[in-house]
Ligand binder design. Structure first.
Ligand code: PRP
Ligand code: ZN
Length: 300
């Protein structure tokens, strides 16, 4: 058995909106894990890859400190940590590898309904509650605004009702938390989604090889997410028109159809969503026997 140091450690959010997606993504890469509800450690059964279930806010630091080799968390936390480390004179020791196209949200400024806001100037000398002090400080600095940053580690949305702040700067996903607290969004500081980061510390050949393989699989999983395999029959003369209608397809495979002179079968991988309208347009262009199949795996 390989030693503990040879195993790749990936930090994943313990419980929250990224947890299920993150684990699902790694399982689609072929990783089999045993996960008990209260365990903070998931052992990879079929690959030397283990998961550490931690608070999302700690993930970039764990990767920067080389305690974990990789981590999956929101860009918002990665950027906040990067600025925090920069403020203390250190370069963040992690690199961003991929965007993962889930966990979309934004870091936004919001104020009580009816708050006057016509640009950053409206924040002058106001109290803004946030747990993203570094991103907020950066935003205020870029806009040359002096305001008071009030740090709260959670429940930021209730601070205006408590008379502790005039504005809040917090993550917004569906917007229901803001609405439930009578707050309205006034500005966006950062658009965010889940990303995977990797330590910059050298991993050694074996471990790096494993990480590269995992990243290649991850790339494949992300690519097939929207992808569909389309099969159809068409008159040869309509091929150009049909090809132009296939969303995000590379050169399709064209095969003659037995027993006909001018009809061909067309097979193509479409990398973008195939809508009903797409199929209707293909049919109008002369296609028939249309089939759309999910793509499970892809390796370029
Ligand atoms: C964020 C944020 C809000 C909520 C907004 O917390 O602090 O509470 O999500 O989501 P909504 O717009 O869909 O209502 P998060 O889930 O990131 O929890 P955490 O701060 O404990 O990590
Ligand atoms: Zn968090």
């Amino acid at each position: 058995m390989e030693s503990q140091a040879q195993r790749v450690k990936i930090a994943v959010q313990k419980s929250g909106r990224l947890t299920e997606h993150s684990i699902d993504l790694l399982q689609r890469c072929g990783l089999k894990i045993t996960r008990s509800k209260d365990s903070l450690f998931c052992y990879g059964e079929n690959m030397p890859v283990d998961l550490l279930l931690v608070r999302d806010d700690d993930i970039p630091q764990l990767v920067a400190d080389d305690i974990c080799d990789m981590g999956i968390c929101g860009l918002n936390i990665v950027e906040e940590t990067r600025l925090k480390l920069a403020a203390s004179g250190t370069n963040a020791l992690f690199k961003q590898v991929f965007e993962l196209d889930f966990g979309h949200c934004r870091l936004a400024l919001a104020g009580p309904k009816g708050t006057h806001f016509d640009g950053p100037d409206s924040l002058k000398n106001k109290r803004i509650a946030t747990s993203y002090t570094n991103l907020l400080r950066n935003y205020l600095k870029l806009n040359s605004i002096s305001a008071e940053i009030v740090y709260f580690s959670g429940a930021v949305e209730i601070t205006p009702q408590l008379g502790k702040a005039d504005f809040v700067c917090d993550l917004v996903s569906t917007g229901s938390t803001l609405a439930a607290n009578g707050l309205v969004e006034v500005a966006t500081l950062l658009e965010s989604e889940a990303i995977i980061i990797q330590t910059q510390a050298p991993l050694g050949d074996a471990k790096q090889g494993l990480v590269d393989r995992l990243l290649q699989r991850l790339d494949g999983v992300l690519q097939v997410r929207e992808s569909k395999y389309i099969m159809l029959h068409a008159p040869r003369h309509a091929l150009l028109e049909i090809q132009a209608l296939l969303p995000g397809a590379e050169a399709p495979t064209v095969l003659p159809l037995e027993g006909t002179d001018d009809r061909v079968a067309v097979h193509a991988v479409c990398r973008e969503t195939v809508f009903w309208e797409t199929l209707e347009n293909l049919k109008a262009a002369g296609a028939s026997s249309l089939l759309v199949l999910p793509v499970e795996k892809m390796l370029a």
